[in-house]
Design a protein around this ligand. Structure first.
Ligand SMILES: [Zn+2]
Length: 349
């Protein structure tokens, strides 16, 4: 099903909360919440090294910051792939069988990975759904790309710093419980990392104030900033990517060009993970700037680069948005985005 026309004509009331859940969706959400289960599992034996797996790269990076040198961390979703349709290879079963803690986002983002995990995790292991544990169902956002009829809420919580802070707190608590021998390290790593998230949050508030109020509008290709927009008082006026992740048709593109002109936005934003040749055409014909580099689960640079991190990802996106919409990104550019520890997690490419 295609949501483009609806997306752009609903500009005044976009990104509403999920308080009108249908009963089917509510039931799915209730099941999902029950499975968040971050507080289960059996602590590993003293002297044993904690083995962690995580799904998308921003979550892997958050975990790596807090675990530091005390755990082995395997990322499961290769960077640059579509995490919304990702299916793990059967070989991932062997990794999961040796995993003590699996961190996923939840909100129904990684169901195939969860299914494989439920068949392969050992008895004492934890399957922790960070987003599902962090956000009450009543605060879920359903929108153009994640319509309530589809039953899957918008899962992009980590692009919103207050929710990312909750992810970090949950990760800290799980690591302390599963590997109590390194409690002090996990707590102090988390303190430093959470302080950096708080600085990111404050910088985004400061940068938002410099963007003209009538330009705090996001028209993105991939719909990854709904919770961010709600926190900082921005408006998501639409998402171009149809909910089935196909390209829009020629007729839809023509409608879209008309609608983009009407919104008066100075820029539209493409996605690094989903290159879309039609976006450039839409930008040119609607006479707005086309910025094609936003990313939501593909970290900047390569593993080992200083910016290849959750904080680097968010700093890059926010600077890109603020610059393109006429604001001053100085507060964001001044941030310390360095990792708390040397990040030794494996990030499949
Ligand atoms: Zn996404």
């Amino acid at each position: 099903m295609i949501w483009i026309g609806i997306a752009l004509s609903l500009s005044a009331c976009s990104a509403g909360s999920g308080s009108t859940s249908s009963s089917v969706t509510a039931e799915k959400n209730a099941q999902s919440t029950a499975r968040a289960a971050c507080d289960t599992g059996t602590a590993i034996a003293a002297g044993k090294r904690l083995r962690i797996s995580a799904t998308v790269a921003p979550i892997t990076s958050i975990v790596a910051n807090i675990a530091g040198e005390h755990a082995d961390i395997a990322g499961l979703v290769p960077e640059g792939t579509n995490s919304h349709t990702f299916e793990p290879a059967p070989s991932v079963a062997a990794i999961l069988a040796k995993t003590d803690v699996l961190f996923v986002n939840g909100l129904l983002l990684e169901e195939p990975t969860k299914d494989l995990a439920e068949q392969n995790l050992s008895n004492g292991a934890v399957l922790c759904e960070l987003g599902t544990a962090a956000l009450p169902v009543a605060d879920y956002i359903y929108d153009f790309s994640f319509p309530i009829e589809g039953g899957k809420p918008n899962p992009h919580l980590w692009t919103n710093p207050p929710l990312a802070r909750q992810y970090a707190e949950i990760v800290r608590d799980v690591l302390v419980r599963m590997d109590p021998a390194h409690t002090d390290a996990y707590r102090s790593n988390a303190d430093v990392f959470i302080a950096r998230i708080n600085q990111l949050d404050a910088a985004m508030v400061a940068a938002t104030a410099t963007v003209p109020a009538n330009q705090r509008k996001l028209l993105t290709y991939h719909d990854a900033y709904a919770y961010f927009a709600r926190t900082y008082g921005w408006t998501v006026i639409g998402a171009i990517q149809p909910s089935n992740f196909d390209e829009p048709t020629a007729k839809e593109i023509a409608n879209l060009i008309t609608q983009v002109r009407k919104t008066g936005v100075p820029a539209i934003f493409g996605s690094e993970v989903f290159p879309s040749p039609v976006l450039e055409q839409i930008g040119a014909e609607a006479n707005v700037k086309y910025v094609d580099v936003l990313r939501d689960d593909d970290l900047p640079g390569k593993p080992g680069d200083p910016s290849h991190s959750f904080l680097g990802l968010m700093q890059f996106d926010y600077i890109t948005m603020v610059d393109a919409l006429g604001g001053d990104a100085a507060a964001l550019k001044a941030l310390d985005i360095s990792d708390v520890n040397i990040d030794t997690a494996e990030y499949p490419q």
